[in-house]
Design a protein around this ligand. Structure first.
Ligand SMILES: NC(=O)c1ccc[n+]([C@@H]2O[C@H](COP(=O)([O-])OP(=O)(O)OC[C@H]3O[C@@H](n4cnc5c(N)ncnc54)[C@H](OP(=O)(O)O)[C@@H]3O)[C@@H](O)[C@H]2O)c1
Length: 388
């Protein structure tokens, strides 16, 4: 059945493959290994937590889409997609990736396994991760709403800082954790003079102003302290934007929110004084992919630690929404767009219950230098996401 993956190369390759397979098994016996298929040694087992979320679904599509050159056959990944309670997710995955969900007859190689696991269930989480024994964990699951975290900070800490998940992993497991730009307080000088004089670097003090940021920083600190022997990467992500997910999802990105307002001519206030380095979801998938070592060599040299992950530009929510209006609704006049995309200074409004940092634009050159991937300007990726 292993030939299934090789059919396009013809009989000659199959013959050579058979010889190498026999040699590999012989070598394994000689080395005293437990007899496993060749697939076990050449493929990488990745667990994605939060696979049913906005980023998780894009990452699955990135790795599983057959049209994509990064398809699983070339990346060599066996994926375990964990989700919480989204009822449609398992069924949607089966429909979207039918050939990947079926168990193949290659031992231990299920290509895509979809499992519901409550992160709050400490015992079940510890058991699951210890038993699955992955090569890599991409940890995306989170209570990701700033408002919800503020309402129940204790639960937020439990969900967003699952120390027992980290403890269940052996030291050779790579952990890639999606952290946030909300670990920075957004007012670098402390004087309220914004925008900041410069962008945030990883070496700047992390001083979150809300519960969400505190829970994320807590988990960063925990894993960097307790997993110093392993590749442990904390990606401090800016606001992630991109197209709709291909499966049903509880939430889409801020870009869909703006498009929806414009499509329905439904006016909305957009802040002129809240700046982010908004990042394209496809770039985020590429960055994560770069840290998931498939070859066994290249990304081992990528350093552990904290990386800012943003786009190349500081942009306010108002400028971003206006740019979407102009790019996706070229027939509308500037006045018509301005009737929907309304400019408001947040500083002119009464202070809300949830603190949101004003300017957390970041410099991401450390990540770009490490991965050799450049992030995309929002004016370019807006074109990619035009759904009208
Ligand atoms: N999106 C952004 O703009 C952004 C920016 C910076 C950082 N991040 C970080 O990036 C990661 C992914 O973000 P996202 O936008 O994809 O988040 P999301 O759409 O809100 O997805 C959250 C995921 O976490 C899962 N989850 C929540 N509570 C759980 C629990 N108790 N047990 C198991 N699973 C649970 C959800 O599963 P169910 O829905 O199935 O319950 C879902 O798959 C998060 O860690 C977030 O903090 C995101």
């Amino acid at each position: 059945m292993m030939y299934m993956y090789m059919y396009e190369y013809g009989t000659c390759v199959m013959y050579l493959y058979e010889i190498s397979y026999v040699i590999t098994i012989w070598n394994n016996f000689s080395a005293g290994y437990h007899c496993q298929s060749m697939t076990d040694q050449t493929r990488t087992k990745v667990i994605i937590t939060g696979a049913s979320g906005y980023l998780g679904q894009h990452l699955l599509q990135f790795w599983l889409s057959e049209e994509d050159e990064k398809s699983q056959y070339s990346t060599g990944l066996d994926i375990v997609a964990l989700y919480g309670t989204l009822p449609s997710f398992a069924e949607d995955c089966r429909k979207a990736y039918p050939s990947k969900c079926q168990s193949s007859s290659v031992p231990r190689n299920e290509l895509l396994k979809v499992v519901s696991l409550d992160l709050l269930d400490e015992g079940a989480v510890s058991k699951f991760f210890a038993e699955e024994n992955p090569d890599v964990v991409v940890h995306l699951a989170a209570m990701s709403s700033i408002g919800v975290c503020e309402e129940d900070p204790e639960k937020a800490m439990k969900v967003n800082c699952p120390t027992y998940l980290s403890d269940a992993l052996s030291s050779n497991v790579k952990l890639i954790f999606l952290s946030t730009d909300q670990v920075y307080d957004g007012d670098m000088s402390g004087s309220g003079n914004i925008p900041n004089q410069r962008l945030y670097f990883e070496s700047d003090l992390a001083k979150p102003v809300n519960a969400y940021g505190r829970t994320k920083l807590e988990f960063e600190n925990y894993i960097l302290k307790n997993r110093s022997e392993s590749l442990t990467v904390c990606l401090r992500s800016s606001l992630i934007l991109g197209p709709r997910t291909n499966l049903r999802c509880r939430k889409q990105s801020f870009l869909q929110f703006v498009l929806d307002r414009l499509e329905n001519s439904n006016p909305c206030n957009f802040f002129t004084d809240e700046w982010r380095s908004m990042v394209y979801v496809k770039d985020v998938c590429n960055f994560i992919d770069c840290f998931v070592d498939k070859s066994g060599s290249s990304s081992d040299s990528l350093a552990s630690g904290v990386f800012n992950m943003g786009g190349p530009r500081r942009v306010s929510r108002f400028d971003f929404a206006s740019a979407i209006g102009k790019s996706c609704f070229p027939d509308r006049s500037d006045e018509d767009i301005a009737k929907v995309v309304k400019a408001v200074a947040k500083s002119s409004l009464p202070v809300g219950k949830v603190k949101s940092p004003p300017d957390i634009s970041m410099c991401s050159s450390k990540l770009q230098d490490t991965t050799k991937i450049e992030s995309t300007d929002f004016k370019i990726f807006i074109g990619d996401c035009n759904e009208t």
